[in-house]
Write a protein that binds this ligand. Structure first.
Ligand code: NAD
Length: 368
């Protein structure tokens, strides 16, 4: 038996931020990053919060939030005693806010806290998932936390908020979406519901990501990619992810490269590995290639067309095809490979990969 829950109300389209206007006499704690305050994007939020509310803004979140961000945030939450928590930003600000809520409840600082998530990148889908990824710098490791307390109560998708995302971040975060959808699609926990969401997310990314990258003011493309991110998020919230994320979490903890970029580099090799080792995965990748008119064939030939399409997209988005091209040297990567192999197979997201790899197979996928 599998129970499919979905407890986040999603507000989309023009004026979706208006739902913030309904709150009165609340103590609102906003978690965001410094850039979103300096660039005044935060005004989109504060302009919709009426004066009867008391607001505190927490900006100490760093990209790939660390344990200290969460500890510091919980202390601030405890002092402020909020009745409403708003996460505003990319995956980093969102995941920090989600973890603050989780640990605030676990440490008995408060019993419940309504969480509204407003993404400003189109990538992680964190606005609709019960995941939060927190980095422990002492271990150089990113920990995916999974808990129903992390599930946001509301998600607001306002495409105006992603208009300013620069091309390289549009590229990285968009490839994160594609990875979420493809990993959910071939996951051992995939089902017809998650497949429907993943299929739509994949076709939106294949059709619109390059447009959003080339022209950030193309609001149709921006909207499609923003919605794809959310659809993929719901898909992997049900089906979880796979080896690409398992490796990305360990590499991201050590080298601090953008998460989506790591996924983009690994994704073609992961598809090749999974389809060589698992016929069910091969059939599903082939199915995606056919559904997106990438191939009229089946099996290996269709998978090759899918891999080629992803490599072409990656090139069009100016994303390097390996870690050395990204600025790492063979010497800087080599000493970490054994640890990366060990950690990747233990990462919880690897558990639902269609085939469980050995450490040696993980190393072969990433070896420069
Ligand atoms: P991010 O939140 O780190 O943001 C990247 C950069 O973009 C930051 O410098 C930020 O200031 C900037 N930015 C954000 N919005 C902007 C805007 N509208 N205009 C201009 N610049 C803007 O990046 P991300 O890719 O959204 O999130 C990555 C994090 O999310 C990683 O820690 C990753 O591990 C995690 N993640 C979480 C999940 C999940 O389910 N919780 C899934 C995938 C990834």
């Amino acid at each position: 038996m599998k129970q499919l829950n979905f407890n986040t109300n999603i507000f989309i389209g023009e004026n979706s931020l208006d739902c913030l206007k309904t709150y009165s006499n609340e103590r609102i704690f906003i978690v965001t990053d410094g850039f979103l305050v300096e660039s005044k994007l935060i005004d989109f939020i504060t302009d919709n919060i009426n004066d009867t509310n008391t607001v505190e803004i927490y900006t100490d979140v760093v990209p790939d939030p660390v344990v200290d961000n969460v500890v510091g945030g919980v202390e601030k939450l405890d002092a402020f005693k909020p009745t409403l928590l708003i996460a505003f930003g990319g995956g980093s600000a969102i995941d920090a806010a989600k973890a603050m809520k989780l640990f605030g409840i676990k440490l008995g600082k408060f019993e419940q806290l309504t969480l509204i998530v407003i993404p400003t990148t189109s990538g992680t889908g964190s606005e609709v998932t019960n995941f939060s990824v927190i980095t422990n710098p002492k271990e150089n490791l990113k920990h995916p936390l999974v808990d129903d307390l992390l599930q946001p109560d509301k998600a607001i998708l306002d495409t105006r908020l992603v208009r300013t995302v620069p091309p390289h971040i549009t590229a990285d975060t968009g490839m994160d979406v594609l990875t979420h959808a493809l990993e959910a699609y071939v996951s051992t926990e995939a089902n017809d519901f998650s497949d429907a969401l993943a299929e739509k997310a994949i076709s939106l990314i294949l059709n619109y990501l390059e447009r959003a990258f080339v022209n950030g003011d193309d609001m149709e493309a921006r909207e499609k990619v923003h919605y794809a991110s959310c659809l993929a998020g719901i898909a992997f919230n049900q089906a979880s992810l796979g080896l690409c994320h398992g490796i990305a979490h360990t590499i991201g903890g050590k080298f601090h490269m953008p998460h989506g970029r790591i996924n983009a580099i690994l994704l073609p090799s992961i598809i090749e590995f999974n389809s060589e080792k698992c016929n069910v995965a091969m059939a599903k990748y082939a199915d995606i290639a056919q559904k997106n008119s990438l191939s009229t064939g089946s099996g290996k030939m269709a998978v090759r067309q899918l891999v080629n399409r992803i490599k072409k997209l990656r090139q069009a988005l100016d994303i390097p095809s390996n870690f050395v091209e990204m600025g790492e040297t063979v010497e800087s990567l080599k000493p970490h490979l054994d640890t990366i192999g060990k950690e990747a197979i233990q990462d919880p997201t690897t558990a639902t990969n269609p085939i469980q790899p050995t450490e040696e197979e993980v190393i072969a996928i990433i070896e420069p």
